[in-house]
Design a protein around this ligand. Structure first.
Ligand SMILES: Nc1nc2c(ncn2[C@@H]2O[C@H](COP(=O)(O)OP(=O)(O)OP(=O)(O)O)[C@@H](O)[C@H]2O)c(=O)[nH]1
Ligand SMILES: [Mg+2]
Length: 412
């Protein structure tokens, strides 16, 4: 039926239709220029990555240690957090151009590939994406093609090397009495001594005590950071621990200290006492060294405290020194790595404690770290905030009865 409206009503309808058309055109025009292409192809199915429209204005630069915006400060990047009055942080220059001659080092097996890569990813994200320190991976068998491919893919901007450990650095030496070793391992196993019956573990402890620093891939470096598969780094590490150790004339850095399992080291302290008697030239006087950390009775007995060596940032030159290599060889000749189950952590710690003064060793309190269920988390709220940590110090290991942290604190 044709419209039969009076003139004034027809004009009103026309006016309403025209203004709706104009409004619709406006809406179409603006919504088109505002949306991402994805939103138009299908508003329900978004592609990954979702494209984000840039800010109209860049966000303000974060404060930097120089007080300059990061764009004007050549040594600082946008990753830098506000400064904090902590020892490690305050002494560090925060200068990303300053590098140490250092490597990140992991001993691992092919079967632990995913755990190994998890640790690599974690340390890259929290630290090394700003520094690109090279990685060295060591193994007692050839690395699989898949391990190398996936590690390289995770580390496109870092130099990565894969090393095979020479057999003579890994297997027990031929003067070890294999019958005695097997009997000892069997006894340890029957007594539930952790890893006591596992030959590879004995080899690993000996390798980490006396050989890792002799691997040719480490020849060019002065510093290393030992990283194990399946560990966590809870906080951003803005300052460079290698540079910190170097600039402050330190030798060794750690995060957690632990009591060793007594059944793994029945004769270790006696052997070390014999060494001290035979080689007094390498010892620091008791007043200057860390005897108070490793003994509660002025050296009569070992209290089993050791720096937990799954995390170590340290000087390779210390292990290469005549004092340490003589110490290791003296211990090794007793066969204690096989007839008992001496760990590299107490071996390292005893040497450090006897040869060095307290100020050469640094507790990296700012570095939140976890190995197995044992965690170190910074307790200082400002350190925790600065590191954007993901840990709760109340769940930490430091002040539990297994830890030696209180003893360390008492030395300061
Ligand atoms: N290539 C190789 N690496 C090993 C072997 N056994 C241990 N490792 C490495 O040596 C380091 C210590 O071994 P772990 O098995 O973690 O020993 P642990 O830390 O004392 O004990 P967990 O509490 O089980 O972690 C890690 O970096 C391991 O990847 C082995 O047989 N071959
Ligand atoms: Mg481990």
């Amino acid at each position: 039926m044709p419209l039969a409206l009076p003139n004034f009503r027809r004009r009103r309808v026309l006016y309403v239709v025209l203004s709706s058309a104009v409004l619709t055109l406006f809406w179409l025009f603006y919504s088109r220029s505002d949306a991402t292409p994805d939103e138009h192809t299908d508003s329900h199915r978004r592609e990954w990555p979702v494209r984000v429209r840039p800010h109209a204005k860049p966000p303000p630069s974060p404060p930097t240690t120089t007080g300059l915006p990061s764009s004007q400060s050549p040594s600082l990047s946008v990753y830098d957090p506000p400064p904090i009055n902590a020892e490690f942080s305050a002494n560090s220059t925060g200068n990303l151009n300053r590098r140490a001659n250092a490597t990140l080092l992991m001993l691992t097996r092919n079967v632990d590939m995913w755990d190994a890569l998890t640790s690599v990813r974690a340390l890259e994200d929290r630290f090394n994406r700003r520094h690109h320190y090279p990685w060295v991976f060591l193994n007692d068998e050839e690395f699989s093609e898949e391990f190398m491919r996936r590690a390289r893919a995770l580390l496109p901007e870092s130099a990565v090397s894969f090393g095979l450990i020479p057999k003579e650095h890994w297997n027990q030496p031929d003067w070890i009495d294999v019958a005695r070793q097997n009997a000892a391992m069997k006894t340890m196993q029957s007594r539930n001594v952790k890893y006591g019956g596992n030959l590879a573990y004995h080899n690993m402890c000996r390798f980490n005590s006396g050989f890792f620093f002799r691997h040719p891939l480490l020849d060019e470096y002065k510093w290393y950071w030992r990283v194990e598969p399946r560990v966590k780094f809870h906080c951003d590490i803005f300052d460079d621990p290698f540079v910190y150790l170097e600039e402050n004339d330190k030798v060794y850095g750690y995060t957690m200290s632990v009591h060793e399992i007594p059944a793994t080291i029945p004769t270790l302290w006696k052997t070390v006492q014999d060494f001290m008697e035979n080689y007094p030239q390498y010892m620091l006087p008791k007043e200057d060294n860390l005897m108070r950390f490793i003994s509660n009775d002025n050296g009569r007995t070992y209290n089993r405290c050791h720096f937990w060596s799954n995390f170590e940032i340290a000087s390779l030159d210390f292990w290469r020194s005549e004092a340490y290599t003589t110490f290791f060889e003296y211990l090794d000749k007793t066969g204690g790595f096989y007839y008992e189950r001496w760990g590299d952590a107490p071996v390292h710690t005893l040497a450090l404690a006897l040869f060095l003064p307290r100020h050469k060793i640094h507790l990296f309190d700012e570095i939140g770290y976890q190995h197995d269920d044992w965690s170190h988390c910074p307790r200082d709220e400002s350190v925790w905030r600065r590191g954007r940590c993901l840990c709760d110090a109340r769940d930490g290991f430091d002040y539990t009865s297994d830890s030696c942290r209180r003893r360390w604190d008492a030395l300061i």
